[in-house]
Design a protein around this ligand. Structure first.
Ligand SMILES: *Cc1c(COP(=O)(O)O)cnc(C)c1O
Length: 372
């Protein structure tokens, strides 16, 4: 699905030198490389504050803690996403309210959000799924009207750019009140271990969050709030400093591969290629995800595996049907899209090192199968 080795080979000398510098410096935690990365990412995103932390799940949790959400507060998020999004809501004893998604871009459905808002609703968590920006104009408008926080789960879309109705452009993760991202190795900006970050333009919130990631300390050994221990280590920051300047190039390579896949599947009516908004940089293809109809998706997946082609099903079970997140308030009729998508989606290999020959083999194998 990903080719981390191929990508590493292209930056090996630089990364190795930088990692060895960290080893020699012994500044393993909160060293200068972490600070440097924070500044680099703030500049890249055009956001006032980046707070690095240990992983993308922590980043979401810390963002919610920073906003002061309290047990019982309702937080609306998508039914069709990775479990981390809903997990941290539940962990903080907030009430997750899962809603259906859009059948085209797979992102949180605006009408479904409207229906789910109650007097207890405090926040909306849009996930820019598979690298494509959610409808932030509509989400911010709703949030404003109902006085809600917006927490962008940007684990899959770092580097994407959202274009508003009025034409203004902003990087994904800089539009809501706060955002989280992940530097897990297979993400678009991945390090060589775990890592994550929180972004915000709000000075006060940034200050609160900087304390939370460090045991609630604002002054050494003074613990003003209950915090956590969540840090990005210096070795990971060194890797990220080498990769961040290449992120736009990496995103372009993913987009090029996506265009070639699209081209190859054109005219295949059993295959729906990923929705495009018409603005290229709106999607950074963390995943390239097809919908198939008239063929058994699981049999196709098996056929690909038999031919040595990796593929993935993200996600096979709607979150509202997961044991941990069931809620008697949910009604199956409210999840018709997710219930359908879990049966139809299949994600193909997507990374920066895909070549034409690989794409040709993958697409012809699929096309022969669906027509066979
Ligand atoms: C990967 C991911 C996370 C969690 O990130 P980790 O760094 O693995 O904790 C959260 N949300 C989404 C949508 C993700 O894809």
């Amino acid at each position: 699905m990903v080719d981390l080795k191929g990508q590493y080979d292209g930056i090996k000398d630089e990364v190795n030198t930088s990692v060895i510098e960290v080893l020699e410096s012994t500044a393993y935690i909160n060293g200068p490389k972490v600070h440097e990365f924070q500044k680099n990412l703030e500049n890249y995103l055009g956001v006032k504050h980046v707070i690095p932390c240990a992983n993308g799940t922590d980043a979401l949790q810390i963002a919610m803690m920073g906003l002061g959400l309290k047990p019982g507060d309702e937080v609306i998020t998508a039914d069709f996403t990775f479990a981390a999004t809903v997990e941290v809501i539940a962990l903080l004893q907030l009430t997750p309210v899962l809603v259906d998604v859009d059948p085209n871009d797979f992102n949180i459905d605006i009408e479904a959000i409207k229906k789910a808002i109650t007097p207890k609703t405090k926040a909306i968590v849009p996930v820019h799924l598979f690298g494509q920006c959610a409808n932030m104009d509509a989400i911010m408008e709703l949030a404003k009207a109902h006085n809600l926080f917006v927490i962008e789960d940007n684990a899959q879309a770092i580097g994407a750019t959202y274009t508003s109705k009025d034409g203004t452009k902003a990087k994904a993760g800089t539009i809501g009140h706060v955002a989280s991202t992940s530097f897990f190795p297979s993400k678009n900006l991945g390090c060589y271990g775990d890592g994550g970050a929180i972004f915000t333009n709000d000075d006060d919130l940034a200050h609160i969050i900087r304390g939370i990631v460090n045991h609630g300390m604002y002054k050494r050994y003074h613990h003003d709030v209950v915090g956590v221990n969540s840090r990005l280590d210096s070795i990971q920051a060194a890797v990220l400093n080498s990769k961040l300047p290449r992120l736009d190039e990496y995103c372009s390579k993913r987009r090029e591969a996506a265009n070639k896949y699209d081209e190859a599947f054109r005219g295949q009516d059993q295959i729906t290629t990923p929705y495009r908004s018409g603005v290229d940089d709106n999607h950074v293809f963390h995943q390239y995800t097809l919908k198939v109809n008239g063929v058994d998706r699981d049999v196709l997946a098996q056929h690909l595996n038999d031919n040595g082609i990796p593929c993935g099903v993200y996600y096979p079970i709607p979150l509202h049907n997961q044991k941990a997140y069931q809620d008697s308030r949910y009604n199956e009729d409210d999840f018709t899209v997710t219930n359908q998508l879990v049966k139809e989606v299949i994600s193909l290999p997507m990374h920066t090192e895909l070549d034409d020959e690989q794409i040709e083999f993958i697409t012809t194998t699929i096309i022969e199968f669906v027509n066979g």
